[in-house]
Write a protein that binds this ligand. Structure first.
Ligand SMILES: [Fe+2]
Ligand SMILES: [Fe+2]
Length: 307
């Protein structure tokens, strides 16, 4: 194993997919335990010094700690329904990946707080709202929300991985954290989807429920990202920085903006029989692993914390 990254080794080899496997994942899921060390050289405008583009991604980072903890929690009630060893292992490794993402994005968000942005306040609001969601939604609805938001993160991840210039000019630690997160989101993109197929046995019901969930979460997800982006721009003194807003707009919706580029994959979710691995982007995962595991090429940010 590389000195630069540490993987949490699977306890046992994943058996060859049985014909009746509950998992249709194309990749083994490997949690990579990396401490990105957001030191004093990292600031909120880490993406090429542009407050707009940086704050768009910062706004999403503020959603991650509570959001990804919600994802983990929503899968737990269904673990008992999983009989397939492969899917069981994937769920466990998905949980580990999301737990490490939560830890690293909390550290990322502390950097924003250090720079005077209201990161803790916003994070607390997301935690509060999702806790409320857990009280009013049943376990199937919660899993549906997770599947829908995992689709969002998967297409955003693919948007970053297939458009590497989107991170040109980024601080090395920030470039690394976003690519690492994108790689792992791609890797586990089908886990909750496959679990939902197990949880809702009737195929028609499953198809209806997952599509309904994506319709339900998409506008709130975009609205919340925009709202937090605006608050971050205000707090950093950039509310009237129209050049930065324009840069954000073209970054997201220009040619080839990351949102524009992800549109075909996003809407494919509404087709019957869709599966996340219909869009096979495993080449990016393999490429990242090859680079990250090379001691010579790995940026300093791949150094892991001693445990
Ligand atoms: Fe994640
Ligand atoms: Fe995820």
């Amino acid at each position: 194993m590389s000195e630069m990254t540490q993987t949490i080794a699977p306890e046992e080899a994943i058996p060859a997919a049985a014909q009746e496997s509950q998992s249709l994942s194309a990749k083994e899921i490997i949690p990579r335990n990396i401490d990105f060390g957001f030191d004093e050289t990292v600031h909120y405008d880490w993406l090429d010094g542009c407050p707009g583009r940086s704050n768009l991604l910062n706004a999403m980072s503020l959603l991650f700690p509570a959001g990804e903890t919600f994802f983990i929690d929503s899968t737990r009630p269904f673990l008992k329904d999983v009989t397939d060893k492969k899917l069981k292992k994937e769920i466990k490794n998905f949980m580990t990946q999301e737990a490490i993402h939560t830890r690293e994005h909390e550290a990322y968000n502390e950097m924003l707080e250090r720079d005077g942005l209201p990161a803790k306040k916003i994070e607390a609001e997301v935690w509060r709202d999702l806790e409320m969601g857990k009280k009013v939604l049943n376990k199937y609805q919660q899993l549906g929300i997770t599947v829908a938001l995992e689709h969002w993160t998967a297409v955003l991840a693919n948007g970053l991985l297939s458009n590497p210039e989107a991170l040109d000019g980024a601080h090395p630690a920030m470039r690394s954290v976003w690519l690492w997160h994108a790689v792992e989101e791609s890797e586990h993109k089908a886990v909750c989807f496959d679990l939902m197929r197990v949880a809702i046995k009737d195929k028609k019901e499953f198809e209806k429920a997952r599509k309904r969930a994506l319709r339900m979460v998409s506008v709130p997800f975009m609205a919340r990202t925009f709202m937090y982006y605006t608050r971050l721009m205000y707090a950093s003194g950039n509310l009237f920085n129209f050049k930065a807003h324009w840069s954000t707009m073209t970054y997201a919706w220009g040619k080839p903006g990351i949102f524009r580029k992800m549109w075909p994959e996003f809407k494919a979710f509404f087709k019957d029989d869709f599966h996340p691995w219909d869009f096979d982007n495993s080449e990016y995962i393999e490429k990242w692993d090859a680079e990250a595991n090379s001691k010579d090429e790995a940026p300093e940010a791949f150094l892991i914390a001693a445990e």
